[in-house]
Design a protein around this ligand. Structure first.
Ligand code: PLP
Length: 414
């Protein structure tokens, strides 16, 4: 079954009409398909069966407990970037022993929590972080498993905001410094060097940046072996792109084959950290047309979802396909699809041909990654509800926030 499909002219998630979800749960609402999530995970994994591997879903792409739980049941590990994400993984039934901890700013408390939980590995992003992990591990009488996240200085050829593997990015240890830092790590009493890690960016649609990065990493692995530092796992990061519009990212089989070919004969475990690729096309954001506002040069469709619900268009000028979810007799016109937030950057799509009337619903596609996870309460807007469809069942996995939730932690002066 295709996750999002037309039945009698109505767009469905599996066997539930999106219109029914919109009417039952109101809008804006994120809708995910369990079949899409499950099938996408299986497709990613299919090229890895028979190899020692761990797929660590990048939690920040979609931290919903229900989705983490689903991936945990499929055997996934998790790539986390905060103590909060670790708590979510544990609350969702994920196995801490399959967790890798990335991020440039790990606090004492976060390192402590990760050691307490017994995570698989820290992906260390600086010399000072390595010192801090050593110190915290010593205080706790534990040994911390680490990889260095090396920065291979490879251009991921993606949007500058989501490119992370260039020299001038804040991420990772400079390639030139990595060997020295590994030697220091190998001497630290409470550090165990386990692996090497690299993550060069997101929404990457070409194979070559991944291959170039891995070549550099493997060069380093060999240099380390010559120093008697033996790497047990190679974490190739995430970053595989998806089709939002007309992009043609490498399919999973081609991608994993290219990686595995370079690793053949090395006898190392391989880790992947996909986020977007596992969830992006498994979700849509449902929204209602509040007003049509014709203008001299532009027609606006003002919808009830906004940049606070889906930030990617405002943040990266990102494209999301926008469609109706039911047949319409309205005339097709070109619209700026915008939200109610008081910012000119609050748009969801430019120049979209849509046959719509006020009160109609729209689906904003490919919204499963970096959608709800980046949502905010800007303009004191309650965050959207989330629904996970399984066959003919629509399960609410996160209730719509209530306005009173938004200020319940606030106090006025006495
Ligand atoms: C964000 C991130 C990922 C996931 O990136 P995607 O493009 O969503 O696959 C993986 N690893 C690290 C370290 C990240 O920061």
């Amino acid at each position: 079954m295709t996750a999002f499909n037309l039945q009698n002219g109505l767009l469905h998630a599996e066997n539930v009409a999106l219109r029914t979800i919109a009417q039952t749960h109101q809008t804006p609402t994120y809708v995910y398909s369990k079949a899409a999530l499950t099938q996408t995970f299986a497709r990613f994994q299919s090229g890895l069966l028979g190899h020692d591997h761990l797929i660590c879903f990048a939690v920040k792409a979609n931290p919903s407990l229900a989705i983490l739980n689903l991936f945990a049941r499929l055997g996934a590990g998790f790539d986390i970037v905060s103590g909060g994400e670790l708590a979510r993984v544990i609350a969702a039934g994920g196995d801490p022993k399959k967790v890798v901890f990335s991020g440039v700013g790990k606090s004492h408390a976060e390192i402590r929590a990760a050691l307490e939980a017994g995570i698989f590995c820290f992906n260390v992003e600086s010399a000072n972080e390595l010192q801090r992990i050593q110190q915290v591990a010593a205080e706790m009488g534990k040994t911390a498993p680490v990889s260095l996240r090396v920065n291979p200085n490879v251009d991921a050829k993606t949007h500058p905001y989501i490119s992370t593997g260039l020299k001038n990015n804040k991420f990772g240890v400079a390639f030139e410094d990595a060997l020295d830092l590994y030697k220091q790590a190998a001497q630290m009493p409470n550090i165990a060097v386990h692996g090497i890690d690299c993550h060069i960016g997101s929404q990457i649609t070409e194979l070559s940046p991944f291959q170039d990065a891995l070549d550099k990493v493997l060069g380093l692995v060999d240099a380390l072996a010559a120093e008697n530092i033996h790497i047990q796992h190679i974490d190739v990061g995430g970053g595989v792109g998806i089709t939002y519009d007309d992009e043609t990212p490498p399919d999973f089989g081609t991608y994993t084959a290219a990686i595995m070919q370079k690793l053949s004969g090395r006898g190392v475990k391989v880790l992947f950290e996909p986020g977007r690729a596992l969830v992006g096309n498994a979700g849509v954001l449902l929204t209602k047309v509040e007003y049509l506002k014709p203008g001299e040069t532009k027609n606006f469709a003002i919808v009830d979802a906004a940049m606070n619900d889906l930030m990617r268009p405002a943040l990266y000028d990102a494209y999301h396909n926008i469609t109706t979810i039911a047949p319409s007799t309205a005339a097709t016109q070109t619209y700026e699809v915008v939200g109610p937030v008081c910012e000119s950057g609050d748009f969801l799509g430019h120049d979209r041909a849509l046959a719509i009337e006020e009160g109609d619903y729209l689906a904003i596609h490919s919204a499963g990654a970096y959608g709800m996870s980046m949502a905010s309460n800007y303009n004191t807007r309650a965050r959207a509800a989330e629904v996970l469809v399984d066959g003919d069942q629509a399960h609410v996995i996160r209730e719509r926030e209530q306005i009173t939730d938004l200020f319940k932690l606030e106090r006025t002066l006495p």
